[in-house]
Design a binder for this molecule. Structure first.
Ligand SMILES: [Zn+2]
Length: 99
């Protein structure tokens, strides 16, 4: 499987680290809504088909990427910088981008 990093170009998946489901939205840190925190921490989508995922180019430029990958065929249909496209806040902080 190849992932095309916007900085580095097409690279083997072995250079990348899966960072999780790209569909999660972190609740406000001041929130005490237990259901919202439970959903954020424990609930994951597991679709058979296209899935929004966060990957880090750990063996390259270290950028966090928002990837749409088909979980059945492993076809990657979209790769964008996660910081520009709704990555979870904890991923944005790791990449050094401003929250
Ligand atoms: Zn890269």
């Amino acid at each position: 499987m190849l992932i095309t990093c916007p900085y580095c170009g097409p690279r083997d998946v072995s250079e990348f680290a899966y960072q999780g489901d790209g569909n999660r939205t972190r609740p406000d840190p001041a929130s005490t809504d237990g259901d919202a925190w439970h959903a954020y921490v424990y609930e994951r989508l597991n679709p058979a088909g296209p899935h929004n995922e966060i990957w880090q180019h750990a063996g390259g430029c270290r950028a966090h990427l928002a990837v749409i990958r088909d979980t059945v065929t492993h076809e990657v249909s979209s790769v964008r910088f996660a910081r520009d496209h709704g990555a979870p806040a904890h991923v944005r902080r790791k990449s050094g981008a401003k929250a």
